[in-house]
Each structure stands twice: as C-alpha cells, then as structure tokens.
Write a protein that binds this ligand. Sequence first.
Ligand SMILES: CC(C)(COP(=O)(O)OP(=O)(O)OC[C@H]1O[C@@H](n2cnc3c(N)ncnc32)[C@H](O)[C@@H]1OP(=O)(O)O)[C@@H](O)C(=O)NCCC(=O)NCCS
Length: 149
Amino acid sequence: MELTIRAFRPSDIREVCRIEKSSFKDPWPCHAFMHLYLKNPESVRVATVNGKLVGYVVVDVEERDGKKVGHVLNLAVEEGFRRTGIGRALMEAAASYVKASGASEVWLEVRESNLVARKFYRSIGFVEKGKVRGYYGDEDAIVMYKNLG
Ligand SMILES: CC(C)(COP(=O)(O)OP(=O)(O)OC[C@H]1O[C@@H](n2cnc3c(N)ncnc32)[C@H](O)[C@@H]1OP(=O)(O)O)[C@@H](O)C(=O)NCCC(=O)NCCS
C-alpha cells in the first residue's frame, strides 16, 4: 500500500464529499470544503492509497487570546481503509502545518458519542479538556487539546 499525504486540489472535491457523506450523519456541504480551500489552500490535505483518495483533514490556524493555535475542523478516512494508520498520518501532516505556521498547540471538538474518534485522538496524544454544551445542536462536544512542544 502506497500512502501519500498531499495538498487538496479542486478536482478532489467529488471524492472528498463522497467520503464526508458516508462518514457523518450531518455531513458538511461540498462548498464548505471549497470555501476553506479558497480561503487558505494549505488548510485541506488528502490521503491517497495507490492514487485513490481515501481520507482528508481540514485544519485552520487561528488567533486565540493573542496566540496562534491550530484548530482541526474535519477529519475522515473511508471506511474500508480505517485502522491502517491513515488518520494518524493525516493528523501528523496537519500538526506539521500548524507548527510551521508558528502555533504550538492544536484544539478540536468531537461529538461526545463518537467514542472511536475520541479513542483515536487520545492514541495520538490529545487530552480531553472539557465539554461545550449543545455544540452540535443535538449533542455536546468534547474539546480536545494537544501541545506540539
Ligand atoms: C477517527 C478516524 C479518522 C480514525 O482514522 P483511522 O485511519 O482509522 O485511524 P488510525 O488507523 O490512524 O488509528 C490510529 C490509532 O487510533 C486508535 N483507533 C482508531 N480507530 C479505532 C477504533 N475503531 N477502535 C479503537 N481504537 C481505534 C488506535 O489506537 C489506532 O492504533 P492501532 O490501529 O495501532 O491500534 C476514522 O475512524 C474515521 O474516519 N471515522 C469517521 C469520521 C470521524 O468520526 N471523524 C472524526 C470527527 S471529530
């Protein structure tokens, strides 16, 4: 298996949306990916296996209380390719970008019921820092954090 992590290209949008729709009960509309990409082409990265697009991560660098922080906005790996290290590789690429942008920490929100994702994030060094009530409308978010050192 040849895994590559590379920058998103507009021609990837159909595959990204397909994975998004099959991964979430409240998927982002396709234009949300294009909007973030056009705002900052560095914010979306995709994973390919033997040339096939199998996952993506969206990360932003924001200013919070006067310091730069990374914020993971979306992450998914196609179902048949999960548990092979692709999520970890996408998050490593996102963390490298965040660090190169001058931030030393990354934050994210995850649905409280998404125990797989919470386990995944803990396995790559994130810790649970709190909860945002009603973040998803129908559910609370668990806020997770990682110091990139
Ligand atoms: C969360 C997600 C991105 C993880 O991607 P992945 O490519 O399967 O993750 P990896 O293979 O890199 O897993 C790294 C580690 O995370 C943990 N992990 C991942 N999936 C797990 C699962 N189903 N059960 C338990 N631990 C799991 C393990 O420790 C794993 O290491 P191991 O396989 O050596 O034991 C993937 O499950 C996914 O796309 N889920 C649906 C979308 C989603 O929930 N996104 C997150 C929204 S906040």
